[in-house]
Structures are given as structure tokens and as C-alpha cells.
Design a protein. Structure first.
Length: 410
């Protein structure tokens, strides 16, 4: 019975942690990027390079291509992104342009402003060169593609190249960065721009489009015989779904926070495996209030596990930025209930339970310091599982000892 119980508990822990890690990876902080720039959760390639203030996707040189892709897929059903950019050069006419993407595939260099031609997903391109001599460039075009359309630089609203809308905007060679806003809500995509960053958004186009969850955000740019500097200054992502629940899938990339807790999960797995091999009952007769060897071994194993978890709490909460409002306060009542249970059981294992209660107190205080990051939601689950495991084991051992004592009297 005990071995079946451990197996069932272990499976539940793994499923819960997988869902929690995925939820943590879909916090907006994993998709947004602002100065000073770094490459955490993002990848930079080809001719693109990074400065402290901006990311230059393609510089004012001929035949340049560059890309900047988010390495974590976006799991939001409805979302809004705002990015600041600047396209500028020394010549009167520049080219070719830059683009924002929400696509299935990433880092595939091609002829559509640095991205592959037959992409699958959404594109917002800032086309600065008048290929079709229409006189309406620079032009912001909204593209939708199922992976079968070839892009055509002629903006004739025919839809043949996957263009589903667009507008003219004099976005080139402005003194300061401009902003573009892309809003996807309930199957409708709205595009707007703010050339001077004054907060006055100008509607560009709107279209009905079906975008699945799990695609990647990214930016690309390219130059040809003519060239411009194509700079990205910031990218902000907001989740518009108040009832958002993460899709229970394994993320395709490993974030720094996930890596930290892989070690904790490994410790939990090892302890559960070791505890499951211990005998379910004592081989000796209990005497007075002393615990049996099996009881001592089980309590020592649980104590060791909780010590490891409490140390992780102290290490994480001691980092810069880890203070503020607690995102772990939801566990407070459950921790209190477990502590009351431990108080009742202390009559049988006074010394061991007092030590465990002190360690649980460290965990509770660490949670009170913790911030609202999703990483602590994952830690909550691990700690709660450890506490529940201890309570169940202690109860089973206590019940077994009572039965043995009753048998000895008979």
C-alpha cells in the first residue's frame, strides 16, 4: 500500500510542477525587453548587434540582415504588444525596412525583411522602399500567412501576398523613436502607431485573423543596395485575458528560474525514492515516547528535504529585487494548519517535531519576503508537497506504533 501511495504522489508532483513551470515561463517578463538590454530569453543573430540603449537589427550598410527572437513561446490567447523603433539613415532614400513577427518558426533568414518568405503566423512590416512606385511609402503592412504564400512588395490590397491591411506612415528619419501597437483580442487584430510618442495613437488597420497560442515574438530587418539603420528600443507585452490558464505543455526552452528549481525537483525525487524503500513498520517494539528506528529514519529524511527547501528560500529571497509584496501569501493558512497538526504530534516525537517546526517557520518567513514572481508559485507547490508528505508519513507511523503497542498489551 505504501509503495503505491508514493508512486501516485510522485506522479502528481511531476504533473503539478510541469504545469507550474510552464505558467512561470509565460509571465510577461519573459517576453518583454527594455534597456539595458541582455539576451536572457532572447536570441540575437546574423548582422544584428546590441548596444546599451537599443538593438540594431540592420545597420546603414548594403546587404545586411539581422534578427532578434524571443526563445520562449507566448501562451496567451489575447495579447497586446507595444514596441519602439527608429528607422534612419544619411541618404534621401532608404531601404529595405524592418518587421515584427509572431510566427511558428524562428531564426530562418530570408528575403522578407530578413525573415523567411513562407512563414506561418503574423507579420507587421515597416516597408521604407517604394518598390511599386506607388508613392505611399514608408508603409506599414499587416501580413498573415499559413506557410504557403510568397511575399510581394507591391501593396495593392489584393491579398495575394498575405497582406490583410496596412497604412502609410512617415516613420523614417524622425528625430526620436516612434511606437507601434499591435492588439490581438478575440480574433480581431488592431494596428496603430504613434510617430512622436505623445500617447496619441493613430489607427492604421484592423483585420480578423486566427492566431494560435504558442508562437514566438521576434524582429528582423534588412537592407539592399540602399540602406538605413533599423533600431529597436523596447518591446512590451501584456496579457489581455483575465481568465488566462497556461496550456499544460512542456516549454521548448529552459529559463534561468526553471534551471534553479530543476535541482530542487531532483532532491525531492531522490528523497521520495529513498523514503519509499524504508520499511512501513518498525522491527522493534516501541517503548514509552521514543520513536522506532523506522520512524526516526523517515523523520530524518523529511527533515533533510525541508532543510534543503528552506535553504533555497533563503538564497532566492536574499537576491536583489526579491523583496516586495508577497506572491506566496496564499499558502499561509495551509502552513498554519500543518503547524497545528505538528503541535498535536509533538507529544509522540517532541524533539524531532520541534526541529521541523522551526524549519517550517523559516520557509514561512521566506514566503513573506518573496515577490510576486511566478517562480515562487512553483516553490509553494514543492514546499506544500513536502509538508503534506511529512504529515501523512507521521500519521501512518504514529498509527502503526499505536497498533503495535495495543497488540503487545493483548
Amino acid at each position: 500500500f505504501l509503495m503505491k501511495f508514493w508512486l501516485l504522489l510522485f506522479v502528481c508532483v511531476l504533473l503539478t510542477l510541469a504545469a507550474s513551470i510552464n505558467a512561470a515561463n509565460d509571465d510577461p517578463q519573459y517576453h518583454s525587453v527594455t534597456p539595458p538590454f541582455g539576451l536572457q530569453h532572447w536570441s540575437l543573430g546574423k548582422d544584428a548587434f546590441m548596444t546599451e540603449d537599443y538593438i540594431r537589427l540592420a545597420e546603414d550598410r548594403q546587404s545586411r540582415k539581422g534578427w532578434f527572437w524571443n526563445t520562449i513561446p507566448c501562451d496567451y490567447q489575447d495579447w497586446e504588444v507595444i514596441f519602439q523603433l527608429r528607422v534612419h539613415g544619411v541618404s534621401k532614400v532608404g531601404a529595405d525596412g524592418m518587421a515584427f513577427w509572431y510566427t511558428q518558426d524562428t531564426k530562418i533568414v530570408g528575403d522578407v525583411f530578413g525573415n523567411q518568405e513562407k512563414f506561418k503566423g503574423l507579420g507587421v512590416v515597416i516597408d521604407t522602399y517604394d518598390n511599386d512606385n506607388s508613392g505611399k511609402h514608408p508603409y506599414i503592412a499587416l501580413l498573415s500567412n499559413d506557410g504557403t504564400h510568397a511575399f510581394d512588395h507591391v501593396h495593392d490590397d489584393s491579398g495575394g501576398s498575405g497582406e490583410i491591411g496596412g497604412c502609410q506612415a512617415q516613420i523614417r528619419n524622425l528625430a526620436n523613436p516612434s511606437s507601434i501597437k499591435v492588439t490581438y483580442n478575440r480574433g480581431v487584430l488592431d494596428l496603430a502607431y504613434d510617430l512622436q510618442n505623445t500617447g496619441n495613437w493613430v489607427p492604421c488597420t484592423s483585420a480578423r485573423v486566427n492566431l494560435p497560442r504558442g508562437y514566438y515574438f521576434g524582429f528582423t530587418a534588412a537592407t539592399g543596395h540602399l540602406a538605413d539603420n533599423h533600431d529597436l528600443y523596447s518591446f512590451d507585452v501584456q496579457n489581455l485575458d483575465p481568465y488566462y490558464r497556461p496550456t499544460p505543455t512542456t516549454p521548448t526552452s529552459t529559463s534561468m528560474n526553471e534551471a534553479e528549481f530543476t535541482k530542487v525537483l531532483s532532491s525531492l525525487r531522490k528523497e521520495l525514492r529513498n523514503i519509499g524503500r524504508l520499511p512501513a513498520q518498525s522491527d522493534s517494539t516501541p517503548s514509552g515516547k521514543q520513536s522506532s528506528p523506522a520512524t526516526e529514519s523517515k523523520l530524518d529524511a523529511i527533515s533533510s528535504l525541508i532543510t534543503k527547501l528552506s535553504n533555497d528560500v533563503k538564497q532566492i529571497t536574499s537576491r536583489p529585487g526579491a523583496s516586495g509584496q508577497s506572491g506566496c501569501s496564499g499558502l499561509g493558512n495551509q502552513v498554519t494548519n500543518v503547524q497545528k497538526t505538528l503541535d498535536k504530534m509533538e507529544k509522540e516525537n517532541n524533539k524531532k517535531h520541534a526541529d521541523l517546526r522551526d524549519k517550517i517557520g523559516i520557509i514561512s518567513r521566506g514566503m513573506a519576503k518573496a515577490s510576486g514572481f511566478d517562480i515562487f508559485g512553483l516553490l509553494n507547490l514543492v514546499v506544500l508537497v513536502a509538508l503534506l508528505v511529512f504529515t501523512i508519513i507521521a500519521y501512518l507511523v504514529y498509527d502503526s506504533e499505536k497498533r503495535q503497542k495495543y497488540s503487545s498489551f493483548r
